[in-house]
Structures are given as structure tokens and as C-alpha cells.
Ligand binder design. Sequence first.
Ligand code: OXD
Length: 322
Amino acid sequence: MSEKAAKSGKILLATSGWDPAIWIENFADKAKGRETVLPDGDFNREDVHYAAVWKQQPGSLKDLPNLKLIISLGAGVDHVFHDPFIPDVPIVRIISPDLTMRMTEYVVWQVLDHHRLGRRYRQQQSEKIWHEDRRQPAANEVTVGILGLGVLGSDAAEKLMNIGFNVTGWSRRERQLDGVTTYHGADGFKAFLKTADIFVSLLPLTPDTKGLLSMSMFAQMKEEGPLGAPVLINAGRGGSQNEADILAALDRGILSAVTLDVFQQEPLPTDSPLWTHPKVTITPHAAAASSASALVPAIIQQIEAFERGEVLQNLVDRSNQY
Ligand code: OXD
């Protein structure tokens, strides 16, 4: 290995479904001379010390003898584990104020849309119907229940409370958040499900959360609230939801409406009944886009800190896949 490579290992940018050009441009601009290469590029595999990945092609991280760190370009890391050939090096998630702000915007937007009857008014407009609906509960009559109280869930909770909503939250491990009634673990889940009118899932996909948003969960929610039956918003991962159960719960009035940003299969197949269901709002995994200009500086900082021997931030626990 050359001395230069030893001092400043290259970054392999391994993504699929994204145009890498904007990332390459940002790395070139902010990586202070450190070279970024693409999997199909012409480079010496020994020189690669870091891999920045989003849904990397399986096998693209193989045969990198000096790889030291894998950096997920998203908040989630399930996309990394799709690859059966991930080398045994630390994996870190990206947490950045930009990503957090984007997710909070999405959550607040969708909570308010359900709360302020957005879907109904859009429908009325399309039919030129003027119907003044006066049944509009105030935010402080409505409780939003957040599943997942990490950085994203905590920030969304705070902003929703600022608007006036009551907020409850559930997480795998115990968490305390000012102003939020929190529940945790399997024992707390049942009680949590009775608390909210709008549920927001920001859960990562792990073996524990797979298929969690299912009929057995919906059936334990309260039957009626200020908005009718509960609303579900999922901006976490599609693998956490059972789409057949969501449709059945909507049709049986167990859920009154849903917003889904993520799906069991993405892109959502054109023949999915979710597309045309009148109580479903769909966004195309767009809740919190990873912005190269915002995230690359944080990635470079993480690499530099790692090279100084500092502790890695946002380290993924492989056994839990998060
Ligand atoms: C992420 C995502 O993981 O956008 O950041 O899904």
C-alpha cells in the first residue's frame, strides 16, 4: 500500500437507485484531497479504507482488505444488511440535523393533514363541494403516539408538542422525554396502543420490528377518538408493516386513514390496491431525503475523528441490525 493511501484511505461510494454524481461532487469538494471511487471504477482495492453506502449491490464491499468502516448514507441500516457479503468491520448510521429536520417536517405535515381534514377538503374541492365541517378538534384534544424515540422520534415529539398536541411514545428500551408519556418494551406496547389518535412509526427495520404494524396491533388501539378511528403514519420502514392488514383495518374501520412513505416492496407495485384506496395517502419514500451537501461534511468529520482514534458515533449493533 502506498504511503499516501495509508494516510488517507479512499472512500468507496456504493449506492443503487441514486445518481452518485452529486455525492462524488460533494466528496471531491469536502473530503480534503481524499479520493472517492465507484465500485465499477478503476482503483486499487487495497487503497479503500471506507465505504459510504446506500443499498450497495451485494458483494460490492468484498475483497477490500483494508476496509475499516462502513457508513450508511441513510438513518436506517437495513439496506446495508441486504448484502450477505458485508465485511466484518464497524458500521455507522448517519444522524444529522438536516435529516432530522426533514423527517420532522414530514411528520408534522402529515399529522396536521389528518388533524385538519386535508384529504376530505381535497376531495371536496375535486367535486366542487362547499361543505363547512365544523367538527375540528383542537390540537390539545388529540394525542400523537410515536413509535421509535431515537433522535428522529424525539425531535418530532418536541415539535408536535410545540403545536399543542399531546404526545406519547414507545421504544424498545426505556426512554424519558420531557412532556412525553413514554412506554417501552413488549409490556409497555399494549398500554401505549390505547393512548393515541394518530400513530407515527419511525421504527427501523430489525428482526424485532418486522411486521409489527399488523392487525394484532391495530385491534388493540382505541376504537374512537376525536378523529374517529386511529390514523397510522409510517415513515420508518415498509418491512415493519403488513399491507394486507392495513387494508383490512381501513375497510373494517379499525383505522380511519393512513399515510405511508415506505412499503414492503419499493417501488410500490402498480397493481397494489394501496395506490387507489380512498383512505390512503402515499409518498414515495420521500420523508427525509439524504442530502449530499448536508451529509458529506458529517461523514468526513466521522472519518477524521476515527483516524484520530476517537470513539465512533452512531455505531450499529450488528446483533440487532440497528
Ligand atoms: C433513511 C431513509 O434511512 O431515508 O435515511 O430511509
